[in-house]
Design a protein around this ligand. Sequence first.
Ligand SMILES: [Zn+2]
Ligand SMILES: [Zn+2]
Length: 592
Amino acid sequence: MHRRARCNQKQLAKTIHHKSSLLIALFERIHAQHDREEQHERIQHFKHTFIYLIVCALSIFFFRIHIQIYNALVGPFHLNHDQFVTYLQIYNQNLSSTRSRWFSLNEEYLQVEVGEGNVESNQDQSLYIYDDEYTRENILASLYRVRESIIVNSLYPNRLYIKFPGLKQRHSRIYHSYRFQAFTIRTLRCIVRHLQVPLREYSTWFEKSLYLRVIDERYKQNETFFNAIVIPSCGILIGYLYRPKGELAYFPYSRIVYQFRSYDVGFDASYPYYPNTAFILGGIIFVWLFVKSLFYLILYLLHRVFPSKLVIKSNVQLHLKELGIESLQVLNNHLLATSNENVYDHRLFLILDQQYLIMFNIDLNEHNPSMLRQFYTQLPFIGISISSIIKVGNDGFLINDNKKQKWIPFPAINRTMGDNKAEWLHNHMMLINKEYQQRWYDEKRLAREQARIQAQKELEAIRFEALVREEEWRQAVHYGNDLERMWERVTSASPRYITRFRLNNHHQVTSFQTDVLASTCSVCLEKFEIGQTYACWPCEGQHMFHYACMLDVLRAKNTCPLCRHSVEAASLPDRDIVLRLMLQRLFSRVAI
Ligand SMILES: [Zn+2]
Ligand SMILES: [Zn+2]
């Protein structure tokens, strides 16, 4: 069963060569794999950003940023008297909440209906914050107490102060974004009364809209009056609850300083609504995450509905152009037209018509995603002109690429044995490329020649050493026991020097060397004759002797007989050793 399956696989591998879109199919698989992975990535991106979006939304809710949004879009929260009392009690219990304009997370912009006459109007009872406490000219803010009994009792023993801006402050001159329609008719009547609308006019108004129009109109005519008189008188407050702890304030007609304590509660009506930093940051992050997740989702859906078509990438196209092949389809046809003996293992294709070798780095039948992934960016195949192949090695081949030599490795295949790409390619190259064949033979010849030279060198070295031994032996026989000679430091030339001399210094006297023919050898005192071999001492005078005469001299002494120039000497024992030997010899004679 198992064997049959493997057998089928082999047959499949053989027949795949004859499928019509061998190469195109491979590219399509690579492309599809890449597409799948990109889609996966997109959906992952979407998932992650969506999770962040949820977290962001939850944290926005947790930090009550929705209140900020409400404040920014709709205006202040409206609280009537009873709601305010409840709110105040909750706020009062939570002592830790302190105000900071930039980092508070739950600051709520409130519009409170305390009611007419409930804010202290007696200025002696109020506290003031001055720009300069000595001159007391510029009032920055005034703090009015609330005297309405339910509010006072609900906070007791703590007190609630309303902080209004001083008359010279900018905030006292601006139009506040009240939502007047939230107030009761009673409060609205109080407002119009203080705006000096005659009673006979408004006594018949039962619709809030009638009040709103007049109030809005008059408020815009004189904001300062409205802010300074109408707001405290009718008890319509707009601002924030806060803890005035640590602030210093003064009574108007005494030097007594009042420092607010931790349990005092303030209602700050002296600064306008600012969107909170946290709100802005949260909003930006939220919008960004929303856009991002939407972007990935749309991208994913678009690719799902319109799957991308196979695009031959520019590196493949460029490579085909270099090879002079018009398109992938043409190459595909070339591959299919290649006969079986010119294909090795579906990896190497010799396209003889075009004189190209196409080598695949991936199996043409590959389905493994990790392999397909790799070849999205890499070239799945390379094409090489057959004429540029210089040499085939065991794991690749050398090519001539624009006058530069380049090593192209064979694709790695997980196969333990029986992979003979190198042999196959070499054999084919020998058949189809005359240059390759010639180069290969030349190389072989050169290698043989080099081997021969090497062998000769080795032989010469052996011969040299043999001659050295011979000279050493000769010196030992002649002078080995001559202690007097050693004592006098007389020595032969070294055996190596003599050997070199014997091997190299052969010159023959010719008839043209008239000066040589006129001179005599100063060793044997005979004239040089044509055909005799001679040699020169390497001294300044280049003194000339018969070859045999000079050899005799070197074997006896290391100095030139004429000028005493010395050449490399044979080694001598130290004088004290020589002396000891002499003494030994003397004593042994005496003993005999
Ligand atoms: Zn001579
Ligand atoms: Zn000399």
